[in-house]
Ligand binder design. Structure first.
Ligand code: COA
Length: 261
């Protein structure tokens, strides 16, 4: 990393970068600095061709992210709050990140923390993780995409229940409603997540980027438009050397090697 960060740790293991929100004493709550640093880290990783997949997690064994830093809400005006959220949105930085990004959820995943996980592509949770959108208990509503992304992921009924009651659900319930992809024992969380990250890192980074773009279209466009754009993105793969390598490797009965970006 070219910059020093105070609230974020970044570690690279082969082609996977592990980004850790590092405020364990505050259950990794997102303050302005953490959001800005998180977005800046992703900006750096976006251009780093040695990194193919990002894993996002929280420091310590208690929390992934326990939401926005509630202390900052105390004195904020509506205008300031709006500017803070629009100017440097960590949620948008994750959503627009071109490489695969996996949330490794190790504990409380609440409010803005749940919204961070929702903005990621895949969620792997420890059995000890718990999830919720408890904003309603503070007299507010989710503002980091929770009302939209959660609803698209789990359906209106389940999203409505979580958002209106503010209740916290355990990892198995999150799995049952489709909020997370996998639940694993706490001591296997890192190994299982990295196993998946490494498997993805072996694929063509170009195809991964185009696949992400195509899948994200599904909930953002109508079916005809989505299908049309999918064909364009599919055809675009044919301009890449990775398509040649993938097809050649299959025909030669060997593992493909996708070099470069
Ligand atoms: N914002 C600011 N500080 C937070 C925080 C948040 N979202 N979540 C936790 N913290 C702080 C606590 O204030 C406490 O700080 P202190 O030691 O200076 O008093 C510290 O983190 C530890 O929290 P604590 O409540 O003692 O830990 P716990 O393990 O008993 O409970 C939670 C953890 C996450 C259940 C509880 O802290 C909580 O409900 N947090 C708020 C969750 C929330 O409403 N998020 C949505 C915000 S929009």
């Amino acid at each position: 990393m070219s910059q020093a960060y105070e609230t974020i740790l970044v570690e690279q293991r082969e082609r996977v970068a592990i980004v850790t929100i590092n405020r364990p004493d505050k259950r990794n709550a997102l303050n302005i600095q953490t959001r800005a640093e998180g977005a800046a880290v992703l900006d750096e990783l976006r251009g780093d061709t040695s990194v193919r997949v990002v894993v996002l997690t929280g420091a310590g064994d208690k929390a992934f992210i326990a939401g926005a830093d509630i202390n900052e809400f105390a004195t904020r005006t509506a205008i300031t709050q709006r500017e803070v959220m629009l100017e440097r949105s960590l949620f948008n930085a994750i959503d627009g990140f071109p490489k695969p990004i996996i949330a490794m959820v190790n504990g409380f995943c609440l409010g803005g923390g749940c919204e961070v996980a929702l903005a990621c592509d895949i969620r792997v949770a420890s059995e000890k993780a718990s999830f919720g959108q408890p904003e309603i208990n503070l007299g507010i509503i989710p503002g980091g995409g929770g009302t939209q992304r959660l609803t698209r992921l789990v359906g209106e009924g389940k999203a409505m229940e979580m958002i209106l009651t503010g209740e916290i659900i355990d990892a198995q319930t999150a799995l049952a409603i489709g909020l997370v992809n996998h639940v694993v024992p706490a001591d296997q969380l890192e190994s299982k997540t990295l196993e998946m990250a490494n498997r993805i890192a072996d694929k063509s980074p170009i195809a991964l980027r185009l696949a992400k773009e195509a899948v994200k279209l599904a909930s953002r466009s109508n079916l005809d438009e989505g299908l049309r754009r999918e064909v364009d993105l599919f055809a675009l793969c044919f301009s890449s050397e990775h398509k040649d390598e993938g097809v050649k490797a299959f025909l030669e009965k060997r593992k493909p090697e996708f070099k470069g970006k």
